[in-house]
Design a protein around this ligand. Sequence first.
Ligand code: PLP
Length: 437
Amino acid sequence: MPLERTQKFATAAVHAGAAPDPATGARATPIYQTTSYVFEDVDHAAALFGLQAFGNIYTRITNPTQSVLEARLAALEDGTAALALASGHAAQFLAFHTLLEPGDEFIAGRQLYGGSINQFNHSFKKFGWNVVWADATDPQSFARAVTPRTRAIFCESIANPGGIIVDLPAISAIAKQAGVPFIVDNTLATPYLCKPKDFGADIVVHSLTKFIGGHGNSIGGAIVDCGTYDWLASPHRYKSLVEPNPSYNGMKLAEAFGPMAFAIAARVLGLRDLGPAISPFNAFLLLTGAETLPLRMQRQCDNALAVAQWLDTHPKIAWVSYAGLAESPNYELHKKICPKGAGAVFTFGLKGGYEAGVKLVSALKLFSLLANIGDTRSLVIHPASTTHRQLQDDERIAAGAGPDVVRLSIGIEDIDDIIGDLEQALAAVEMSTEKGP
Ligand code: PLP
């Protein structure tokens, strides 16, 4: 059943989906570290296996700790149901596995996390799923890319690494015109800043590894079904949803499960058969992280704006790409799509280009040089030599990860210490640049 939605965001972040443990009274959601669950009797087992009853069979498919995380995410994104998975990449994989057949196409804005570009360009091709690239800053480029084989449109709400805010309503209108679901990766915005469903998304995917978990300690991902796409309106597409399923006695999942059909299909077909289950322990840690999401996210956005403003006036900085800056071409979209803040991840370029960028990341002390974002700690990376290294030069530039680009993910530390670290590192860059190699 769709969840009741009476709580405000900060309350739902703490409570949605959770209740004291019925067996023990434990107030925190327990880690149900079990592989399997005892059936009441043979009929009960048969009902669970036949999808006539909801319940736990085996932790590859459902687990009570995971279920609380899923209910929490569904509530925060205003979806009908969610599926928690082993990673953000697993969430993308299962979302497309549920939608596509060999030979199908989907359109994606090319301003994406580099790993997603790789996944779409290479691994998905092995399944016969073809990505067609569009420009996330130009919604009409999605319209031009539509063909009779288009089955979905995909973009990030705030694009990694450039911090670009994407015009979700405009792209959603194109998806609706094409009659295909609109999938939004909401990892960088989180539902605290932006609920893609409010702007026309049908499916939301997450890397929970980032801001939702928030502490840099667990990998996880999720699919949220917004319950808005009418699968039965396209009876010849989306076979997993509309055709009789031989592994469930000919059940048609879209008919049986209505607005939750996508999340259920991703679980009972994709997760069941491909297997990227989240561990109960990771589900517990990510759930605990989600409780403080609104506090952390606001603080990180406020800190990020202060850092971007400071960098913007620094003589050694060539440019800053942060939608919260009034002169940013994305400023108006930020006010419309995520008015509480423009996110905590953004890029800038040093006047010294590639060499200066490498020197800066090496001189930072408080910032950790690593390949993650969304931690409580401030993080830095040079995408061209790391996260986007596997791409071709033109793909790197198109994805906002050119040679001079440095990416920051701003944490919750005191703003004076964050700016102080950047100040000392920029001074070091100046000295080494003056001395030369
Ligand atoms: N989507 C975005 C925007 C990301 O930044 C990442 C990882 O950095 C992913 C998806 C993939 O997530 P995971 O690393 O949890 O598989």
